[in-house]
Design a protein around this ligand. Sequence first.
Ligand SMILES: [Zn+2]
Length: 412
Amino acid sequence: MTSVVDVTVDGERLHASLERLAAIGATPGGGVTRLALTDEDKAGRDLVRSWMEEAELAVRVDDFGNMIGRRAGTEEGPAVLFGSHCDTVRRGGRYDGAVGVLGAIEVVRTLGEQGITTRRPLEVVNWTNEEGVRFEPAMLASGGVAGRFDQEYVYSRTDRDGRRFGDELRRIGYLGREEDRPRPPAAYLELHVEQGPVLEDAGLPVGVVEGIVGITWIEAMLEGRADHAGPSPMRLRRDALAAAARLITGIERLANDTDGAVATVGRLNAEPNVINTIPGRVVMSVDFRHADPERLEILVAGLEKLAMSVQLATDVEIRLDRFWTSEPTPFDPGVVGAVQAACEELALPVRRLWSGAGHDAKYLQDVCPAGMIFVRSEGGLSHSEEEYSAPADIEAGANALLRAVLRLAGVA
Ligand SMILES: [Zn+2]
């Protein structure tokens, strides 16, 4: 008899499943467009449902369209829930989300083949609308399950063509019942591609995720004076774009001087945006991220101080509007420890890291102990047709998921 310690997933089968799902909504550039609740999403869901059923999971769909496949344990009570999402961004990659859902199904296939029964029940989940590209905000359905959004709010989200989430869910045949939502689980686990370059830089296939960084978004409005580019001497100008340049350089320095921080000015509008007029007005965005809530506040305070000094030096009025903050989410130490122990069992070198992007696991941590496993992304690329994770790395991640699930669910 095979010892539980020797059980591993079938990497080739997992790879073949990823290839088949990637064919649905495939783009000419080698990526995937499978936006939430479109015909492509429905086709992907139908395939995932057939695989769940083949793996002898009892499939149900909740009122947010989340698909849950259940495998009984020897005990009743809360399940160990694991999965991810199958929706993508426009011209997205083949791995973001899919690796977690298909990796979870592969874990259950493996347990079935090996005749392994867990003590706790297992549930595999495919979350609806993680990306938030078609219906904002992101992580809408896991947020619904966690109680961050109510059903009316979720159903009334509208895409750019005026179609409502609730209507589209019904149209594709995935409107289920509220009582079929996942019950508060014993634990939640998510296998996901890293979407960043840290593991590749470290030369490691798999990472243990400690949590999801906090994010804060600020809009900066710079009010100067538009004027003719010729007759205005430099010292008499109030150039809003020149002031914005000082601000951007300062923001970059703030992040460079704060260990673990990232800062991005990704959007900037200058008015009137004409070659021979001094820019009178600039509106730009600032995105700060840090794992530590205090450091995040220090970054914001640093920006306020910086804005005052730029205003003083340039006579351009600067207003800051901090309009959105997502608090840092450290994952449960027990689940993080289970993932680390799983990697050690597999003799995988362990690296702990924070996720710079949001995931469904963030909201699940509200309702149960949660954790994540990252798989190396080539070039750190994601939300791109060029997104790539090597089959061997995905297999290593799925094996870590298998071990972590067995640790959290217990073997009968
Ligand atoms: Zn994702």
